[in-house]
Design a protein around this ligand. Structure first.
Ligand code: NAD
Length: 413
C-alpha cells in the first residue's frame, strides 16, 4: 500500500536547559495538503502547551492532520532523559489534547519508577476504533508514516489499538512494541501482563490496609484487557468479585460473580449483561458497590470531587490511567483509604513491552513485573505512611529522583 506522506501541522518543542532558563519554540508548518490553521485556535492550543510545560516536559508535541484519511492525531513526547519515550497509541472518539499531555506525563513517571531505560510519551488518534478494518489500517499506517522520523518515540498499544495495529506500524517504520507473537512480540493483553501486576500490587497493599486478600471483596470497573485479567489473578488469590462493569452496564452480586463465566463472555465479544445471575444496574452504579478493593480499569477521570464520597471501599488500585482526579485521591487519603496510583499499579504492560523490545521472554517479563511492582508498592505505601503524603506524592518523588539523575547525564536538559 502506498500512502502519501502525512505532514505534521503543528510542532511544539521544549528543552528546559536548566531550572532557570527554558527554551521554548513553537514551529508551525502549513502546507497545501492540510487545512489552514485557525490562528485563534492555534494560539489557544499553544497557550495550553506553554501552560502545561514544566521542568520535566513535554519535550515535543506534534499535531498530525490528514483530512482525506480522517487522520487527526496528537503525539506528546514528554521526557526522554531515561531513554526513548515508550507510550501507547489511543484511538477513541472522545480523546482530548489535555488527556494526551497527562497520559504522556504518567508514562514518564511509570517508566522511570519501573526502572526502564525509557522516557514517557503518548499518542491519541481521534475517531472510532471500531471502524472497518481496512479503513483503520489506512489511518494507522498513515499515522505511522507521520511519526517515522520521531526516533525518540516508540509506539505501543492502548485503548482502541492492538497488536495488529502495532504490526502495521512496525511494518511502516520498523519500531513498535506490543507486537503480535509472529513478529517476536509478547502478547501482553492475551497473557494479562497489566492485570497480573495489578494483582501483585493488591497483594502487597493488603498489608497496609489491614485485611486479608483471601475472602476480600473486589470490584472492577471496565472488564477489558486489564480488568478481566486482574479479576482472574485476584480470584486465584482467594478474593471475591462482587461487582463488574463494561460500557453496557454493571453487574453486582455480594456473594460473588463467576470470573471464568464473565471472562468467557468478554472473550466471545459479548456484554457483561449476558451473564445469567447477579443484579443488573446502570454502569455508573459500580461506584456505589461496597467492597474492600475498587479497581478502575476503563477511562480517565471516573472518580472526581463530585462523586468520590460515593466510594465505599478500603483500597483503590488504579488499573486504568489517570482514573481519579487529584482532589479525589486526596479526599480518599484523608478518609484513610489507600490509593495506589496508576503508574505504580499498572506498569505491567509497559514492563512487558520493554522486555519484548530487548528480545526477552514472557517468563522474564512476569518475573520483572512481580518484583518491580511489589517493591514499588511497598516503598510508596511505606513512605506515605511515614510522612503522611498521598501515595501519589510519594511515588512521584521516587520517579522524579530517577528522571533528575538521568537528566544530569544529558547534554540538552
Ligand atoms: P480495553 O479496551 O481492553 O477495555 C476497556 C473496558 O472498559 C471495556 O470492557 C469497556 O467496555 C469498558 N469501559 C469503557 N468505558 C467504560 C465505562 N464508562 N464504564 C465501564 N466500563 C467501561 O482497555 P484496556 O487495555 O483494558 O485498558 C483499560 C485502561 O487501562 C485504560 O485506561 C488504559 O490506558 C489502561 N492501561 C492499559 C494497559 C494494558 O496493558 N492494556 C496498561 C496500562 C494501563
Amino acid at each position: 500500500m502506498i500512502l502519501p506522506t502525512v505532514t505534521p501541522r503543528l510542532v511544539y518543542l521544549h528543552k528546559p536547559l536548566s531550572r532557570l532558563i527554558q527554551l521554548k519554540a513553537a514551529i508551525v508548518r502549513c502546507t497545501e495538503s492540510v487545512i489552514p490553521l485557525n490562528p485563534s485556535s492555534l494560539e489557544a492550543q499553544m497557550d495550553t502547551v506553554f501552560d502545561a510545560a514544566d521542568t520535566f516536559g513535554p519535550a515535543r508535541v506534534i499535531h498530525i492532520h490528514r483530512p482525506s484519511l480522517s487522520l487527526n492525531a496528537i503525539v506528546t513526547i514528554d521526557n526522554t532523559a531515561c531513554g526513548p519515550a515508550v507510550g501507547g497509541v489511543r484511538m477513541a472518539s472522545d480523546v482530548s489534547f489535555d488527556e494526551c499531555l497527562r497520559l504522556a506525563r504518567a508514562m514518564t513517571w511509570k517508566n522511570a519508577a519501573a526502572g526502564l531505560p525509557h522516557g514517557g510519551g503518548k499518542s491519541v488518534i481521534f475517531g472510532d476504533p471500531k471502524r472497518p478494518t481496512a479503513e483503520k489500517e489506512r489511518v494507522i499506517r498513515a499515522f505511522a508514516q507521520a511519526i517515522g522520523d520521531l526516533h525518540d518515540y516508540i509506539p505501543g498499544p492502548d485503548m482502541g489499538t492492538d497488536e495488529t495495529c502495532m504490526g502495521w506500524i512496525k511494518d511502516e517504520i520498523g519500531r513498535a512494541v506490543g507486537l503480535p507473537s509472529a513478529l517476536g512480540g509478547i502478547p501482553l493483553d492475551e497473557i494479562g501482563a497489566t492485570g497480573f501486576g495489578v494483582a501483585s500490587c493488591v497483594d502487597v497493599a493488603q498489608n497496609f490496609a489491614g485485611f486479608d486478600l483471601k475472602g476480600a471483596r473486589f470490584v472492577i470497573q471496565g472488564f477489558g484487557a486489564v480488568g478481566k485479567h486482574a479479576a482472574k489473578f485476584l480470584s486465584a488469590k482467594g478474593a471475591i468479585l462482587v461487582g463488574a462493569s463494561d460500557t453496557g452496564g454493571a453487574l453486582i452480586d455480594k456473594n460473588g460473580l463467576s470470573v471464568p463465566e464473565l471472562v468467557a463472555l468478554k472473550d466471545t465479544g459479548r456484554p457483561l449483561f449476558d451473564y445469567v445471575g447477579g443484579e443488573k444496574v446502570d454502569r455508573d452504579s459500580i461506584i456505589d458497590v461496597p467492597c474492600d478493593i475498587w479497581i478502575p480499569a476503563a477511562r480517565p477521570d471516573v472518580i472526581r470531587a463530585d462523586n468520590v464520597a460515593r466510594l465505599k471501599t478500603r483500597m483503590v488500585v488504579e488499573g486504568a490511567n489517570i482514573p481519579l482526579s487529584l482532589d479525589a485521591e486526596q479526599a480518599l487519603h484523608d478518609r484513610g483509604v489507600i490509593v495506589v496510583p496508576d503508574f505504580i499499579a499498572n506498569a505491567g504492560g509497559v514492563i512487558c513491552a520493554s522486555i519484548e523490545y530487548r528480545g526477552g521472554t514472557q517468563r522474564a517479563a512476569f518475573d520483572y513485573i512481580d518484583e518491580k511492582i511489589r517493591s514499588n508498592t511497598h516503598n510508596v505505601l511505606e513512605e506515605s505512611r511515614r510522612t503522611g503524603v498521598t501515595p501519589r506524592v510519594a511515588a512521584e518523588a521516587l520517579a522524579q529522583e530517577r528522571v533528575m539523575t538521568a537528566t544530569a547525564t544529558r547534554r540538552w536538559r
